[in-house]
Design a protein around this ligand. Structure first.
Ligand code: FE2
Length: 457
């Protein structure tokens, strides 16, 4: 009988223990450094109930401020099948003046040098899951979606700065059960999709250098804009701009241009083209004045330095095989929504001197274009992970006749996955070398950037 009672007590205590036991939540903390308008902001995403501390140099730790609390935002419309769940805090602190180093846990961040020597350029990085187009990239296959490899290789180049030319989030639809390549992928606009699509694969590069982000059309309010404002946008948090309420999209869909110094004579100018990629903008559009004022501001920013790189997600022109309906010639330069507006302001120069080079993504390819006329040279670097352009030709090869027809002086392209580096070649920052790498970090093309030319070998 005693044995039976003892057994009962043991059994009871086992169940009561089991009842109170809950598995410990694994602590998740992702720190990263973003570059905004004349400021660096240290951020951290955390699943803890409080923000972590930063140790600036040898000062006592400072607790980071909450940028945005956790939240589950109801789906903005019926086509969004799930709510956007952000069960994490976004924390931040503006980098204090005079401080050299910021440490979160064991992760040390340093400011880039004032004279930037090496920049990594990536773009269009996420894994495309899009039911409306019946397109499902194999997110679980590192050959079909090689972003983790690209980011690890890019981190090994030890850049001072990273530029992401936009489109970070692609997992908009659930992976069909029948497909193994994307099986169990998170999807929708909440944090689990952002984590899988961006923060996890980008981790080695996020922890290596400060990032400048250019906003892509995937980050407009009607798509992954909520995550954009929580994690990436460098303005102070503003609920009106958060993309949580569609009635406020007129605020959340636009951002003011800003510049990032690359040294004494050079700077990078960031333009948010996300809302107006395809449609030619006209005076009738309500955004016409917004963009017109933004281009005026860009002109004012540009005169502060001798060498300017302009970054927008959408290329001002992209060279692609011509669609039959567009042209009899083999290739065509396709404009973006802003090209006509810029042509009406500045003629065929599009962007006035001293803007020397423009850098873009959107098209999932690498292209380097020098024009015959006086116009900034152009680099498209949108091949870092998302499904590539389906061009059905092994490479774009321009004959001399076609170049003349398109008013192109120099052209190079690479149609597979990769990333680029932009390395300074002179003291002032008026000569740069753009190198295009494959996913294994092997150098493929070396392109000299100077004046308004980009010439690849
Ligand atoms: Fe895009």
């Amino acid at each position: 009988m005693k044995k039976l009672i003892l057994f009962g007590v043991l059994l009871g205590s086992f169940f009561s223990l089991n009842f109170v036991y809950s598995a410990p939540i694994t602590e998740y903390l992702q720190p990263y450094l973003v570059v905004g308008d004349n400021q660096f902001i240290l951020r951290a995403i955390s699943n803890s109930s409080t923000c972590p501390s930063v140790q600036w140099d040898s000062q006592p730790p400072e607790i980071m401020k909450v940028r945005v609390n956790e939240g589950k935002i109801p789906a903005r419309n019926k086509s969004e099948l799930i709510d956007a769940d952000f069960p994490i805090l976004t924390c931040e602190l503006v980098w204090p003046k005079g401080v050299k180093e910021g440490k979160i846990n064991q992760q040390v961040f340093k400011l880039p040098p004032s004279e930037i020597k090496k920049i990594v350029v990536v773009g269009d990085t996420g894994c495309r899951l899009k039911a409306a187009e019946k397109f499902y990239q194999d997110c679980n296959d590192q050959v079909k979606w090689p972003l983790a490899k690209v980011m690890a290789q890019a981190a090994m180049k030890n850049p001072d700065l990273v530029i992401h030319v936009g489109d970070l989030h692609y997992r908009e639809s659930p992976c069909p059960e029948s497909l193994g390549g994307c099986k169990d992928s998170p999807w929708g606009y909440g944090y689990d999709a952002w984590k899988a699509d961006f923060f996890d694969p980008a981790k080695p590069l996020l922890e290596k250098a400060a990032w400048v982000y250019v906003r892509g059309n995937h980050e407009v309010c009607s798509r992954a804009g909520q995550g954009w404002h929580r994690f990436i946008d460098t303005n102070s948090w503003d609920e009106k701009r958060s993309c949580n309420n569609p009635a406020n999209d007129g605020h959340g869909d636009y951002s003011e241009p800003f510049s990032v110094s690359l040294g004494k004579a050079a700077q990078f100018i960031v333009f948010d083209s996300s809302k107006n990629g395809a449609k030619q903008i006209t005076e009738k559009d309500e955004s016409f004045l917004i963009y017109l004022n933004q281009f005026k501001k860009i002109e004012q920013l540009a005169v502060n330095k001798r060498f300017n790189i302009f970054g927008s997600h959408h290329p001002l022109n992209i060279l692609l095989p011509a669609k039959k309906k567009d042209s009899e010639s083999e290739y065509q330069l396709y404009p973006t929504g802003f090209t006509n507006l810029l042509a009406s302001l500045n003629g065929e120069e599009l962007l006035k001197s001293p803007i020397n080079l423009t850098i873009h993504g959107h098209n999932h390819i690498f292209e380097a274009i020098t024009y015959e006329m006086n116009r900034p040279a152009e680099i498209v670097s949108g091949n870092s992970g998302s499904s590539l352009e389906e061009l059905n030709i092994p490479e774009i090869a321009l004959s001399e006749v076609q170049k003349k027809l398109l008013k192109i002086k120099e052209f190079a392209s690479y149609q597979n996955f990769g990333f680029g580096t932009l390395e300074r070649q002179d003291d002032n920052g008026e000569q740069w070398l753009f190198t295009e790498f494959d996913i294994n970090g092997k150098s493929l093309l070396k392109c000299n950037v100077s004046g308004r030319t980009v010439i690849c070998k």
